[in-house]
Design a protein around this ligand. Sequence first.
Ligand code: PGA
Length: 294
Amino acid sequence: MMMKFAIALASSLFAGAVTAFAPAVFSRHRVTKTTQLYGRKPFISGNWKLNPQTKDEALTLAKEISASITEGSPDADIALFVPYVFIESAMGAVDGKLSVGAEGVCPEIKGAYTGAISTSMLKSIGVQWALAGHSERREIFAETDDYINAQCLRIIQEGMGVMLCIGEKLEEFEQDLAGSVCAVQLKKGLKGIAKDDLDKVVIAYEPVWAIGTGKVATPEIAQAVHSKCRKILAEMYDKEAANGVRILYGGSVTPDSVDDLMSQPDIDGALVGGASLDSQKFGRIINFKSAVPV
Ligand code: PGA
């Protein structure tokens, strides 16, 4: 009994501490995970990348996804990261039930940067979240840790939330370097970000070998790296701060894998690519079932 009371008390204390910054979303009340001990509300997010091909398809998809969020859904933050041109119409389609974020930002505020989109532009249309550091941006668009850090700093300066993506490549995983790669990407990505601003930061651990490959990391592998990431955050800040940061898993998450992943104590959500383009699949992921007892 005492234990349960202590957990409930700690839960309410931490919950108050970390929910200061929260996107406006449909309110649901079911507690689903013991990670709520640290006020870590689950966060399920989709990354549409260069999809879908038309505004009509985007509207239909956004509407169908928002319809899958019901009163019985887990009490989680839900966000869709969509191409810039679809942001405003997707926001209109989801009826406030989820956040619509940007897949990236330019760290510059204004000037001669053809093709770029600034945080102030995004904020002016109501965007609250943006991705940074996705492996496709690192690889295909040659974004460096310094550039990613500048994006994170700018997003936070604007009062928005950043989802910083990190993760190792296959050869690094095979050489047991996942923890070291994540340490470098976390330390460089979050350089200069104050502890007080960590409530605006979500980490997405996405092993590059699992992205779009159908090879999801086992829940045990993902849990081990998430736990390492939390230790690194504790070294960078402190244990309490690290316990408040949500760390999501990304890489071939599907309806079949989400429940086991969400049952791991350090996995606080998912960043979903391919399956977020299918409203039935993503709807099931949003309605995950965690085996972790409350
Ligand atoms: P995936 O993509 O789910 O298609 O593997 C994840 C991501 O890139 O965020």
